[in-house]
Ligand binder design. Structure first.
Ligand code: SF4
Length: 243
């Protein structure tokens, strides 16, 4: 596990590493850059760089964390990548099912495969699994409707990097929306009106809204205030959790 600097989680846990690009949101994939860096540093887990690899030895980790954690699962991959065997996904689910003291946040861009497995009743959804999809612009908005069809108990959207407007999202059945701009050397700009429109849609649908960051070449300087304040709403969780 690793402590995370991501504003909406506490720790990262990576039972799978490696991925491949699937849409425009992947263009400057942080996981790819980090994987290559870790490979160059000789870190054994990343010896195959960004190729999809499962790491069975990591499955024990959540059992040993002494306090309740909010955990981002697979910050370095996509659990529903087609090269991840269903049997391994089910092992990851079993760990999450066995550890209700932790909240596990799973994020995918492969909602079709997620829904296919779910429709076949291959996934066991416990309350502590939050299932999310990334929606960077209108071209991938169908991911929202696909996610909504799953039996996950808590569903969320990560609109990051937001690279276009997302008008008239169907937020029925969605429990949380995160918005963030792209950072790095050549970030694609995020317009304030896109963010404000998403916030308005969340208010209307009574969905918690989390504004992660403006992004840009100087992410720290750009900050994370919108209309003069921070927006850190989250789905409700037991009091012992704090991030
Ligand atoms: S799905 Fe996620 S991890 Fe995979 S390439 Fe795209 S941004 Fe990177």
């Amino acid at each position: 596990m690793g402590k995370s600097s991501i504003e909406w989680t506490e720790l990262t846990w990576n039972p799978v590493t490696g991925c491949s690009k699937v849409s425009q949101g992947c263009k400057f994939c942080y996981a790819e850059i980090m994987s290559q860096r870790l490979k160059a540093m000789g870190v054994d887990k990343y010896k195959d760089g960004f190729k999809v690899r499962t790491h069975p030895s990591t499955l024990e980790e959540p059992y040993s964390w002494s306090k309740s954690r909010v955990v981002f699962v697979n910050s370095m991959s996509d659990l529903f990548h087609p090269e991840v065997p269903l049997e391994f996904i089910q092992k990851v689910f079993k760990v999450m099912n066995d550890n209700p003291q932790h909240v596990f946040q799973v994020l995918t861009k492969r909602t079709e495969l997620l829904l296919e497995y779910d429709n076949a009743n291959e996934l066991n959804w416990s309350e502590n699994i939050w299932m999310g999809t990334s929606v960077e612009d209108q071209r991938v908005m169908e991911r929202i409707d696909i996610l909504s069809q799953t039996k996950a108990k808590t569903k969320f959207l990560s609109c990051e990097p937001l690279i276009g407007p997302l008008p008239e999202m169907n937020l029925g059945g969605i429990d949380w929306v995160i918005v963030g701009g792209e950072s790095g050397r050549t970030p694609r700009p995020m317009k304030p009106e896109w963010v404000l429109d998403i916030k308005r849609q969340c208010n209307k649908a009574n969905v918690p809204f989390f504004f992660k960051q403006w992004g840009g070449t100087n992410k720290k300087k750009a900050g994370r205030k919108l209309e003069g304040k921070t927006w850190d709403d989250m789905p409700s969780m037991p009091v012992e959790f704090s991030i």
